[in-house]
Design a protein around this ligand. Structure first.
Ligand SMILES: [Zn+2]
Ligand SMILES: [Zn+2]
Ligand SMILES: [Zn+2]
Length: 342
């Protein structure tokens, strides 16, 4: 079996899920199909934006005239802190099971400027954003009933982002959500079996092979994982073993700012248009455990496939069977690496 030619499936070592790879279907060179999508230019300030400084949000609360980052409780929070954490098993058959889920949802504006993105902000402008994430992670993670903290950004209308103002969300939950729970199980099993960290070993392997690595700086490495599902998916890992932003130094914050800028600016070069994505940090649960197995990382899941307007859909076999991709992770990495360097 040849990875570059034959249909095969790859195992995601972090989740133990499979992805189907069909390299033979990439008959047309996708570089020839770049369609430019003219970016709608945004104003520096939008009087109708509920995230811009001084504007009113739903419910009449007015944003302060903030000058850097700005954090507030989500006006339409999916979770409430007062919720009772009880369990219902209707008729005691294990078929109608529900649990109360206390939690906190906040919004973090990256900048007072309406027209910026992580790709167009400078690394120096991103640094206060990283420091805000670190502070929020420590604060929410330190709360008794919050056992997991998810920081995530949806960028672009294609990903359902309702507002172009640069912002992200932070949700703290009483339970550990499914995606990190799977990674927790895999990382724990690997540590138990090998007495080493799964992602420390994986990063070392990718650094040795230099096939899927896109870029690297003193603190972080970005690579297209061997098991990537999305065409230009990226995994960003800390080069040193650390579990979460609790372990961050100022140097780490600076290095992450530079890495986030490089990754998002590279994405914007792929189709010469703002690249939509969902990204987020996977950090150790804040449940009071030690978590020696957990290695800090971020996932970038961009939906674009062959042009700025053609997106990948997870439908059909992918919805009912397993995800599938055509462009191999190796060729996606090669393309991103060229753009990251230039
Ligand atoms: Zn705005
Ligand atoms: Zn590690
Ligand atoms: Zn993860």
């Amino acid at each position: 079996m040849k990875l570059a030619e034959d249909p095969h499936r790859r195992l995601n070592a972090l989740t133990q899920e499979w992805v189907l790879v069909s390299p033979h279907r990439t008959t047309r060179p996708w570089q020839g199909e770049v369609a430019k999508l003219l970016a709608e230019s945004q104003p520096r300030y939008d009087p109708n934006c509920y995230l811009c400084p001084g504007n009113a949000r739903a419910g009449g609360i007015r944003n302060p005239e903030y000058a850097s980052t700005f954090v507030f409780e989500n006006d339409f929070a999916a979770l409430k802190p007062q919720t009772a954490r009880d369990r219902v098993d209707a008729e005691n058959m294990g078929l109608l099971v529900a649990e109360g889920e206390p939690g906190i949802c906040r919004v973090i504006c990256f900048s007072p400027r309406h027209d910026l993105t992580l790709a167009t902000m400078t690394p120096e402008e991103i640094e206060p954003v990283v420091h805000t994430w670190v502070g929020q992670f420590r604060e929410l993670g330190g709360l008794k009933d919050i056992h997991y903290v998810q920081i995530f950004e949806n960028r672009g209308a294609m990903m359902g982002a309702s507002n172009p103002h640069p912002h992200c969300q932070i949700w703290g939950t009483a339970s550990i959500p499914d995606a990190p729970a799977k990674e927790l199980a895999s990382q724990s099993a690997y540590l138990k079996k090998h007495q080493r960290c799964l992602l420390c070993d994986y990063v070392a392997l990718e650094q040795r092979q230099q096939v899927r690595v896109v870029c690297e700086n003193e603190g972080f490495i970005a690579l297209v994982p061997f098991w990537a599902v999305w065409p230009f998916e990226l995994l960003v890992c800390s080069r040193q073993h650390m579990a979460s932003m609790n372990d961050f130094s100022n140097d780490d914050a600076r290095a992450l700012s530079r890495m986030l800028h490089q990754v998002t600016a590279t994405y914007d070069k792929v189709f010469d248009a703002p690249f939509p994505y969902s990204m987020g940090f996977h950090q150790a649960p804040t449940d009071g455990g030690e978590h020696p197995e957990w290695h800090f990382h971020a996932h970038f899941y961009p939906p674009l496939l062959r042009s700025a307007t053609i997106r990948k859909f997870m439908v059909g076999f992918e919805m009912l069977g397993t995800p599938q991709r055509d462009i191999t992770p190796e060729s996606a990495a090669e393309r991103l690496r060229e753009l990251a360097g230039g």
